[in-house]
Design a binder for this molecule. Sequence first.
Ligand code: EZ4
Ligand code: CO
Length: 402
Amino acid sequence: MRIVEARVIVTCPGRNFVTLKIVTDEGVTGVGDATLNGRELSVASYLEDHVVPALIGRDPSRIEDIWQFLYKGAYWRRGPVTMTAIAAVDTALWDIKGKVAGLPVYQLLGGRSREGVTVYGHANADDVESVLSEISSYVALGYRAVRVQTGIPGLESTYGVGGDKMFYEPADAALPTENIWSTAHYLEHVPKVFAEVRAEFGPTLKLLHDVHHRLTPIEAARLGRSLEPYALTWIEDPVPAELQEGFRLIRQHTTTPIAVGEVFNSIWDCQELITSQLIDYIRTTVVHAGGITHLRRIFDLAALYHVRSGSHGATDLSPVCMAAALHVDVAIPNFGLQEYMRHTPETDEVFPHGYHFAGGYLHPSEEPGLGVDINEELAARYPYRPASLPVNRLEDGTMHSW
Ligand code: EZ4
Ligand code: CO
C-alpha cells in the first residue's frame, strides 16, 4: 500500500479546524487533527509545503519510521507547529492501520484497560450562585468530575468565563483581546468558591480548577494550600511551565494535586516534571504532542512515576483528536481523566464520529480505525475566520504572565 494523496482541509463550523486526510492507492483513507488554536494556517502551510510532498509514495503502515523521519528529518525539532503537523500525519496513519486490520485503534494499543473514559465537564459562570447551578446540570447528566471557573470580583473579565454556557470559546477576536489580571483578587476569591461548591455537592464529586498559567510558584503554593480543605482532584497550569524546576517549590508546600501540559508538544517538556514526581497528571494531547505514537511514549514514562494522564480536550481540539484520544485513554494503564467540552452541532456534522457520552463516560468508536471522518463538502461551506486567544496585562499595564 502507498500514500497517493494528502489533503489539508481548513474549515470553520463555529471555530477553526485544520484536518489532514491521507489517501492510499487501495482507497483506504485516514484523518488526523492539525488544529493549533490561533495559529491554524501555520500548521496548514507546514503540512502543505513540507510534509505532504515527502509523504507521497510512502508505505502508510510504517508509522514509527514516518514519525522519526518527520521529527529528525526536519533538522529543526519540536515546537507546537512542527509537532501538531507530525501529530496529524501520525493520527491519520493509525486510522489507516486500524481500518486495514479491521480493528478499532484501541485494540492495536493493547486493548481495553477500562469500561469507559471518565470525563470532566466545564462549569463556568460569573458568580458562585450560577456556577452551583451549572455544576448541578453536569451532575444530573452523570458527570463524576467538573472543572469550576467563576468571574473574579474586581476584574471585568476572566479567561474562559462568560459567553455561551454550552459552548466554550476563548479565542474571541481576530487580534488578541487585552484583559486585566489581578492575582490579589484571584487568590482571595477562589477558595471561597470551592468552600461553597464542596459544601453543596459533598465529598465525592471530583472538582478541578484551571489557573491558566497566571501565578508564580509561591503564589501557586498559597493557592494549593488554601484549597486543601476542599480536596480538589487537581489545580491545572498553576504556573507557566518553561521552568520545570519551578514545580518543585509548589510541591514542597501543598498536597493539592497538580496537572499541567496542554501546551506541551514533546516528552522533553515534561521529562523533569515526571521523573522528579513534581506533578500528578500530565495533560498532553494527541494533536499537540506528536500524535498517538508520541503521546503513548509520554504516558508510558509517566506510568513509571505515578503520574496519570489528564488530556486536554477543549473545543479547539477537533472531534478527530477526541476520537483518537479516547482510543489512547481506554487502553493505557495510567489513565486519569479526560477533559470534554461539547462541540457545536455544526462541528459534529462536519466531523461525523462514533464516540459517544453516557453516564459520565465517553466511549470510543468500535468501528475499524478511529471511527471519525470529515465531510469535505460541508467543511467547504465554512471558510476560515481569523481568531486569537486573549492576552493579560496587570492593572498597571505590564504584560502578564511570566
Ligand atoms: O486555554 O483550549 O483546559 N483547557 C483550557 C482551554 C485552553 C484552550 C487553548 O486553545 O485551558 O481553555
Ligand atoms: Co487548561
